[in-house]
Design a binder for this molecule. Structure first.
Ligand code: ADP
Ligand code: MG
Length: 307
């Protein structure tokens, strides 16, 4: 290995022949051992980005390195470090699970190793199905076979393009666990998703892609902290129609006659305690207070709306 910077993307553009500009000046570093979620709506360019790194599409401009290896000039080396679970599953095969996964390993020039394949199949709960033909499996099981294939040559990096597409909730949860276990074993994971819950649940860092541009890359917790305003819902004992003018400058709204909404913005110098003090001072009695946080979904809509 030349580098610990696992993936380094600089000035990447992807222009398809029909004139679609799928990626515009992407700059991104992925760190060793992290789970990085590439989040964005359909058509944002997620698959184009992954496929550029994996050498499946030819990018138009910029450069990409995988562990310091140039993905064009040192393709075989860089590709051997990557496992890819593509968005589209090709699984109408009559071949058995075990043979397919074992064959995949061979494609990367790795020596046949039954015990390694056995471990991969066991970790993905596929061992019982090892003799089944792939076409007979359920959608979720097929997805696992694709993961097993991607892991067959023991890659350092695993790309999962929309791993939850067409997978039911239960299988999704178990797949998330398996992905976490892979992380524990030191594999760097990059997944794409348009499900915010998936990014929120899995990722250490999130990159938000929209219309070919990477508009934000942040630690997940920071995305939540910086943009996820905390909201207090204050229920009053009696109806009010308007607020006394002393509340001007407080980030406070009348939601209904008996409800106030207070946005606890980090930039706001007035705290919820100040609000409650002022309410008391003006004999506005409070019955109850509840809090809620913006979801990543709301945050996402906000960011995309600003761009
Ligand atoms: N082979 C292709 N030829 C032309 N345009 C394409 C091709 N593949 C994808 N695109 C376009 O590139 C943009 C990004 O697509 P894609 O990378 O698949 O996005 P995502 O994976 O985020 O849904 C879209 O506008 C899509 O229609
Ligand atoms: Mg896609």
């Amino acid at each position: 290995m030349k580098h610990t910077k696992v993936i380094k993307i600089e000035g990447l553009d992807k222009l398809y022949k029909d004139g679609t500009m799928a990626l515009i000046n992407i700059n991104l570093n992925v760190k060793k051992g992290e789970i990085f979620a590439l989040l964005g709506p359909n058509g944002a360019g997620k698959t184009s980005l992954i496929n550029s790194v994996c050498g499946i599409v030819k990018f138009s401009k910029g450069n990409i390195q995988v562990f310091g290896y140039d993905v064009l000039k040192e393709y075989r080396k860089s590709r051997s470090l990557i496992g890819l679970v593509p968005q589209e599953l090709t699984t109408d095969s009559f071949e058995t699970v075990q043979n397919t996964v074992s064959f995949s390993r061979g494609l990367f020039g790795k020596k046949k190793c039954d015990i390694k394949i056995e471990n991969i199949l066991k970790n993905l709960s596929l061992w019982d199905k090892r003799k089944s033909q792939i076409r007979t499996l359920s959608g979720g099981m097929k997805r696992r076979v694709m993961i097993a294939k991607a892991l067959s040559h023991e890659p350092e990096i695993l790309f999962l393009d929309e791993p939850s597409a067409g997978v039911d909730v239960e299988l999704r949860k178990s797949m998330w666990n398996q992905i976490r276990n892979l992380k524990k074993s030191g594999v760097t994971i990059i997944l794409t998703t348009h499900y915010i819950e998936e990014a929120e649940e899995m990722a250490d860092r999130i990159g938000i892609l929209n219309k070919g541009k990477l508009i934000m890359v942040e630690r997940k917790n920071r995305i939540m902290k910086n943009l996820g305003k905390k909201i207090f819902e204050i229920t009053l004992k009696k109806n009010i129609k308007s607020l006394p003018s002393v509340f001007n400058g407080f980030d406070l709204e009348i939601y209904s006659d008996t409800k106030l909404i207070y946005y606890n913005n980090p930039k706001n110098s007035k705290t919820i305690v100040d609000v409650l003090d002022k309410l008391k001072l003006h004999s506005i009695d409070v019955e109850d207070i509840t809090t809620k946080r913006n979801s990543l979904e709301e945050i996402f809509i906000n960011i995309v709306g600003q761009k």
